[in-house]
Design a protein around this ligand. Sequence first.
Ligand code: ADP
Length: 907
Amino acid sequence: MLAQYVDVAERYDDAVVLFRVGDFYKAFCEAADEVARICELTRIEREDSTGTYTACGIPVDNAPKYLKRLLDAEYRVAVADQVEDAEAASGLVERAVTQVLTPGTVVEEELLAAGSNTYVACVASAEGGTGDGTGPSDPEDEDQNGTDPAYGVAHVDVSTGECAVTAGDAAAVDEELARIGPAELLCGPGVDPGVADGADCMRTERDPETFDPEAARAVLDRYADSDRFDDAERVACGALLSYAEYTQGDDGPLEYVRRVRRYDPRRSLRLDATALRGLELFENHVGSGRTLFDTLDETRSALGRRRLRAWLRRPLVDRGAIEARHDAVAAFAERTLVREDVREALSAAYDLERLAGRISRGRANARDLRSLHDTLAAVPAIRDAVADVGALAEVRADLDPLEDLRELIDAAVVEEPPQEITEGGVIRAGYDDELDEVRSTAREGREWIANLEERERERTGIDTLEVGYTQVHGYYIEVTNGQLDKVPEDYTRRQTLKNSERFYTPELKRREDEILGAEERADAMEYELFADLRDGIAEESDRIGALADAVARVDALAALATAAVERDYVRPEMNADGVHLRRSRHPVVEGTAEEFVPNDADLPRGTVALITGPNMSGKSTYMRQVALAVVLAQAGSFVPAETARLPVIDRVFTRVGASDDIAGGESTFMREMRELTDVLHDATGDSLVLLDEVGRGTSTTDGRAIARAAVEFLHDETGATTLFATHYHELTDLADEHDRVVNRHFAATERDGEVTFLHRIRDGAASSSYGVEVAALAGVPDSVVARARDLVADDRDDASDRSAAGDDAVAATPQRTLDEIAANGHETSPAPAPSGSRRDREVADLLAELRDLTLAETTPLEALNRLHELQRRAEEASDGSDGRDTDAGVSDESRGEDGGTPGGGSP
Ligand code: ADP
């Protein structure tokens, strides 16, 4: 057996081989050491003629638990079963690998997460296995419209049969892999190793032959018309399906992969890995433990749960489709009873997709068919509930309850069948005449035997006579020793016990054979009938698939409606020129914050909002909530706000809170700049861009320069609607020079001797020295605060001197290096005396504003207001106080919220 094991292990050298021996799956030698370590099992030393070796065993009954551990540790497991009847075998039982379990291809219900998909993905270049190994031409140069896309990316969920493929350049591959989130990844030989770097999952090596374009085409032909796909897609998909077939121990196609979908990622709202992570759609990084998906998940079935995930992962960009989803959600939201009826009915739904998969794979048992039956039985209730709802007419039409299948299963399979399908008790009486006849033979035989005891007692006069049965000897008639003299002639002795003898009669023997034969036949017939039924249902997998799709949709829609009602979301209008949210909230934070402060967002298309304010004041929460409103709306959900008017966004870019995830190997600054590059490169006028503290990872001068240049680029070139949080207060003057740059700020105040953040967004920039003000509020010693204030003032004067000289190192020459700046002397020149210059600047500002007033276009009332404002500022400037409550931002809030007495500063 060990030789047999070694032989199999050599053929499956990338897997741990488990050998079925009796009630165990056994591993030997080195594999035994690994399995024992990971599964925490005992290793046993064995000895044979060749020497000693180790072994360990996984109990078959408890196998899933241990297999899961091996898969979690990223092992492949090849299960070799006995493929010949152990009793019939002469010598060693033949064994063969019947299945290879891998993290991305498992189909066992016990090993899968219920509400999510398990994907294996594959990236390949068009050259496939015959490529020269250098990969396609530089993907950076690639013009998507001109040349063929460089790579195909395919993914399949082997448990449900969902399979799809697309193509794109290296960046698109990265983005797709982030969205697919595969558990396992294959890369073709021509693929640049860096392309799939971002995918955090197990890598699987495959024979380069399987990526050969002709080989891949041959495999794909079994599933779809290969000509529909471009070269790279064909290679990726063919190689992937060949791998899926291999893992299922099949040499034929996987029947339940019914369709290979080809898709264009640009036809959904694009969210790259950084956005998915930064917005915490599915993964949480900062401790609250909740994600957007968790917050929204009111689904009732595994089908619906997977669908809702898919919707969030790929929100729509087609306004008609978005509004159709909103219509359906609104319909559910408005009708509490309909919603409740539907959700109640959905609770009875099993996972139709995986059931269909098991049925097609020939792995479903009778309980699975009953589950299918029960799910089908729930469909009419869903249909009825939504009968009069116009917005749900379409999905209702797709809810075909498959009455014929349901009746068929009900007629064939008993209500509570056993787990095993080979031991009878599965098929109902009346389903098959022949089976009924065989069963009645068995039944009559048993009845005859049941009555035998009484008949024989009467006939023989032996009143202690008993009829019984043992596994080994079969039926017998037992007579105690005292009455042996009454035993009739036709009794033959079978067995002698201490106090009695056991006999049989020719008739009993005949009956016994008849019963056992009939029972055995009945079991075999039942199995055959069941397998036929299962095959017949497998033929209908298209219809089951269509129903599964409709059930998934209904569940996801009803879930979104439930979330909308329970969390008080509003239906967004999707025709806006820009993002307009009234009293919007962050869907996740509002559930955890003690008291969430709603905020407005008014961002006409192409606006760049510069957001200033101290740390912890709520900047990144605000930015995220705006982006989440967009994602939610385009996924079909309502949004957490009082009113919402939104445009259709093509792509959301985020660089928020990146300090949480310092990537291995790369400096944070380098990573930040790479992400910035992606944004500046790819954002369009229809994109939403969130940038948080751009340039933080380098020197202030460089960082400020990069941030300013980025804002200018976004404003002038890209036109993307942008939220730009920054510590560089100097940037806020960009609003003066650029039409669509606006300033917003968050502020802090002091309450009961503590720094308090009001989390309320305000127009205008925060105070230039809010950091110092927060330090003061926090209780930093007065002398330190005073000194810090002086230094801030110095710095500002410096900057204004530089811009007066027309040589602002920050604004005018952002491309210069630190060395150049230093050579020019501005960074190192001594600071001018601080006294008076702050006030001078304010005076200069006032004069400039006065000069710039266009009186011809000003109404008398406006003029009066402006005059009043200018006068107020003039007074403040001549006060010239530098006291702790004179700065805008911080004191702004004290004025607004706490009735404090503010001094100067520009709001
Ligand atoms: P920043 O980005 O300015 O450093 P954050 O957005 O991370 O600040 O917010 C800091 C904390 O304040 C978070 O823990 C969050 O829970 C809370 N917070 C943010 N915005 C609000 C709000 N609008 N209402 C209530 N709490 C908020």
